[in-house]
Design a protein around this ligand. Structure first.
Ligand SMILES: Nc1ncnc2c1ncn2[C@@H]1O[C@H](COP(=O)(O)OP(=O)(O)OP(=O)(O)O)[C@@H](O)[C@H]1O
Ligand SMILES: [Mg+2]
Length: 227
């Protein structure tokens, strides 16, 4: 088992007054190695909240997130950062590329703390390979502002893949894309899943993308159910 979420509770605000909002309510989920999962659910249902817990960007109020047998909810802040950097790739809805950095610089950001020269060179080669594979090699020296939405999203996927994560968490990776680019993005994700063994957890409103995943889940009223 790659990932096990057990009895997760998560809310925001002060539990003592009416600012409190319970978002995830005793949610449990199991993900096997190599699965392709789409997560659906209305706006505000807790999809991003769930990805943030899995990606160790946030702590649950109760319950555990176990990644390959390791309980990541008990890690320190620094251990959480290392875990995320090495095991998880994140693709955000609006790609979050740094506007003042070129595509290549953006892609290499997660590798900046690597000091070993050989390891850095290996990352550079992997970046070159991935940029070619997603068809934006020619754009490597451009700023994100000069690229289309689809090209930026592909750059964001390359950045997420740079440290060869086991799990890719993608939060509406096709939110800003037209149908053609949705198809390209879903082909890319499926290729990474089939050829690199990458497990996919993708939040999406796109029927086209969800249809390419092996399994669909829906979050509603704090629970997750398999469709
Ligand atoms: N840091 C936070 N502080 C307070 N409330 C939050 C915080 N993060 C999320 N929430 C609330 O938790 C609920 C779930 O938010 P979340 O972002 O997980 O929804 P979502 O399913 O991703 O929605 P969308 O489809 O619009 O992106 C919302 O009501 C939101 O306002
Ligand atoms: Mg969201």
């Amino acid at each position: 088992m790659l990932l096990q979420l057990e009895n997760i509770h998560k809310g925001f605000g002060n539990p003592a007054d009416q600012t409190y909002r319970k978002v995830l309510d005793d949610l449990s989920l199991q993900v096997s190695e190599g699965e392709r999962i789409a997560i659906l659910g209305p706006s505000g249902s807790g999809k991003t909240t769930l990805l943030n817990l899995i990606g160790a960007l946030d702590h649950p109020d109760a319950g555990s997130v176990v990644f390959r047998g390791e309980n990541i909810t008990s890690l320190s802040r620094k251990e959480m950062d290392n875990f995320r950097n090495q095991r998880i790739g994140f693709v955000f809805q609006f790609h979050h590329l740094l506007p003042q950095c070129t595509v290549m610089e953006n892609v290499l950001i997660p590798t900046l703390m690597i000091r070993d020269r050989a390891a850095r060179n290996e990352k550079l080669e992997w970046a070159e390979h991935l940029l070619n594979r997603v068809g934006i090699w020619d754009h490597r020296d451009k700023l994100p502002g000069k690229l289309s939405g689809g090209e930026c999203q592909r750059a964001a996927v390359v950045r997420a893949m740079i440290n060869r994560p086991s799990l890719l968490l993608a939060d509406e990776p096709t939110g800003a894309l037209d149908r053609d680019n949705v198809k390209k993005m879903s082909d890319l994700l499926i290729d990474l899943n089939k050829n690199d063994g990458l497990t996919l957890l993708v939040v999406t409103h796109s029927q086209d993308l969800a249809g390419q995943m092996g399994q669909t889940y829906e979050i509603r009223e704090g629970k997750i159910t398999r469709n």
